[in-house]
Design a protein around this ligand. Sequence first.
Ligand code: PLP
Length: 415
Amino acid sequence: MKTGTVEMDEIIAVNTIRKDFPILATTVNGKPLVYFDNAATTQKPWAVIKAIENYYTQLNSNVHRGVHHLSQRATDAFEASRKKLAAFINARHDYELIFTRGTTESINLVAHSFGKQFVNAGDVIIISALEHHSNIVPWQMLCEEKNAVLKVIPINEKGELLISDFKEMLDEKVKLVSINYVSNSLGTINPVREIIELSHQKNIPVLLDAAQAIQHLPIDVQELNVDFLAFSGHKMYGPTGIGILYGKEKWLNQMPPYQGGGEMIKTVTFEKTTYNELPFKFEAGTPNIEAAICLGAAVDYINSIGLQNIQQYEHELLEYTTDKLSVINGIRFVGTAANKASVVAFTIDNMHPYDVGVILDQLGIAVRTGHHCTQPLMDFFCIPGTIRASLAFYNTREEIDILTEGLKKAVSMLA
Ligand code: PLP
């Protein structure tokens, strides 16, 4: 298909790329799997699957603690992966990257540690109406504990942040702004550069929840000048149970440890413990070594395709999808921001999203239905939930056609 000025296949050779993902060749309910739940988790390429096998057959050992050969090799691979991730987001130093369990733990780490050090009674934390629960609840818990105030940047009906309201919220009481780069429920790409600049004018640091951005857009933390960035491995074609908290050295150095245990210490006596350097100060206990190493393999894989190509291809596919689905009787798109990543969320008049999801599943089509961990956002739109198709670069126009036909069938069955 011709889109814009180029053929989509010239951007990404999708049929070749699909062979990298063995699960895409499987069937569900006797039908070829059509996987549109990429915002929840992405599928894994052979490069990552083989890296996992390689780790357990060639490298398995605990890191940082052993002088023996295997431990040194595992440690080297673990730290090489940190370097790769640092280069991927262009961090100034690799020790500014902390391995966590994922975005949720990264945000909780900042809420606990930054919160303990810098947030006091009467202070304000700003989030937005678009946030995932994992960028709401940790701040609520902190505000409750510290008697601080949580403020929320409002949105318009398209699902775009109201920046003029945000500007008015910024004063000396605000200690941190924590917002997502891309909304998981609507796909809105937020104007994060502007948000960071406005916040910095008042010396307020910014945390970006990049769980839905890291796999779609090139991110340069130095160019963005962002203070903290959180993301998950499993949403970027890597393993589950691993993620990153990037923090500027100047902040991480001032923040107390999040958890105590092995690895995060320099010396321990019963009277006093001294803490390790960055990044180990924030990495108590045995990390998820296998996943950290294999996340490096996912980064290599993404780099081999190129985030610019991914962004362009997914944008074309988003337009194709929006166009195709608009013919469905009673469809209402939820989230129509001018700047969107490849998430298409909608409701269909008089139909519960769950019922539609069940019919699609019978046809082998995986979409997500419900509130997508953004209940306040669903409340804003006065709906219980949506049907969400979240697209990746291995999805095709043919799959969108199958979804369109599936939805027509659901409509005729449920009408
Ligand atoms: N933030 C956003 C925007 C998300 O979409 C998600 C997961 O869907 C999360 C945070 C939480 O990510 P995880 O469950 O990997 O910690």
